[in-house]
Ligand binder design. Structure first.
Ligand code: VGL
Ligand code: ZN
Length: 220
């Protein structure tokens, strides 16, 4: 069992638990809503809770609808992104109900909300850097300024925003845990979720389950 009573500071990241990523949403993640109750339950174990929201203008470059003769889940080459941009159904348009947190998420326990993906020409999967790998969201400085070292990741989707956030977090020197039962993936194409879990583990991300968290942890 993970002993959180030791003198370390832990922070919970709740990534993109938004209506559009939950069943019935435009980019639904299978069972995405199932994590809400788990996230709510573990929130009190942490000294800080940071939630993120994917927050796009409706002209966003990642939407298939903004490219002629493209379908959701096609991909295109974008200069400067070092890879292909997957095209998505319109999702998480800033200020719409699809971009709202799932209604059952306990937002009374959230300390900070970070929004990403606002630049229409640039997608942002990681909560630390946009997809050009240079534009910071500022979260790194918030966490380092508060001297947090241990990050516990939850949310949607395991194989996109959670994955890129975890990989960046390792690179930035944090000790990173993925709370696996508090995350769900898109898994398109099938098998990609498993591959990304393996990549995270190989990079040093510790994969744990929510029941391994010790709710009596004294956050000093
Ligand atoms: C996400 C695809 C597009 C995510 C965001 O939150 O994982 N995935 N935009
Ligand atoms: Zn998005």
């Amino acid at each position: 069992m993970l002993d959180l009573r030791r003198k370390t500071k832990g922070i919970l990241l709740v990534i993109d638990v938004q209506n559009d990523f939950c069943p019935g949403g435009s980019l639904e993640v299978k069972e995405g809503d199932r994590i809400v109750e788990i996230v709510n339950r573990i929130m009190p174990c942490f000294c800080k809770v940071v939630a993120t929201q994917d927050w796009h203008p409706k002209e966003h470059i990642s939407f298939a609808s903004n490219h002629s003769s493209k379908e959701p889940f096609d991909s295109i080459e974008l200069p400067g992104l070092g890879g292909r941009q997957v095209l998505w159904p319109d999702h998480c348009v800033a200020g719409t109900s699809g971009a709202d947190f799932h209604p059952d998420l306990d937002n009374s326990g959230i300390d900070l909300i970070v929004r990403k993906g606002r630049n229409r020409n640039l997608d942002s999967y990681s909560v630390f850097y946009e997809n050009d790998r240079k534009t910071s969201t500022g979260l790194e400085y918030y966490l380092k300024g508060l001297k947090f070292e241990h990050l516990f990741l939850t949310g949607l989707a395991t194989d996109f925003c959670v994955f890129y956030s975890a990989m960046d977090a390792v690179r930035l020197g944090f000790t990173v845990y993925l709370v696996e039962d508090a995350a769900r993936g898109i898994d398109a194409p099938e098998g990609s979720l498993c591959k990304r879990l393996d990549e995270m583990k190989a990079a040093g991300v510790k994969v744990i389950q929510s029941n391994e968290l010790n709710s009596t942890w004294d956050s000093d």
